[in-house]
Design a binder for this molecule. Structure first.
Ligand code: 5GP
Length: 123
């Protein structure tokens, strides 16, 4: 089992956050440093470090993240207008927290929101 991460502590309620959805497999909470009007992190309870660590047995649980993304989109009323889902992976993907997570970004035309604008620096 991977080491406990800051996201595990958020899911357990040991660190404060604004949780907008939670079930036995996943948790969705607001990003502390939003890159768009609505920036939610959808995080599995299982602390898989990166996409590169995903195993076939994780497929149903990871598919569930998309169902949670749909619920989040409905919460913000953007299911038709659109939104962006991102997984950063590893150092070159500028992944900061080694606990796999889906970024949900929404709120008007997103342009490059959530993408790095310069090599090695986040937008
Ligand atoms: P990554 O770069 O790993 O794909 O994304 C990590 C995200 O977690 C960043 O967007 C960052 O703002 C967010 N983040 C880091 N620490 C915390 C925290 O303690 N609370 C919350 N809510 N978000 C965090």
């Amino acid at each position: 089992m991977a080491e406990e991460t800051i996201f595990t502590k958020i899911i357990k309620g040991e660190i404060p956050s604004t949780i907008i959805y939670k079930d036995d497999q996943a948790c969705a909470f607001l990003d502390i440093n939003p890159k768009a009007e609505h920036h939610v992190l959808i995080v599995p309870v299982k602390p898989i470090p990166t996409v590169s660590d995903v195993e076939p047995e994780d497929e149903p649980m990871l598919g569930h993240l998309f169902t949670v993304a749909r619920k989040v989109a409905e919460k913000y009323g953007v299911q038709k207008s659109g939104y962006r889902l991102i997984f950063n992976c590893g150092p070159d993907g500028l992944q900061e927290v080694p606990h796999i997570h889906m970024h949900f970004l929404a709120g008007g035309n997103l342009g490059l929101a959530g993408f790095p604008v310069k090599a090695g620096k986040k937008a």
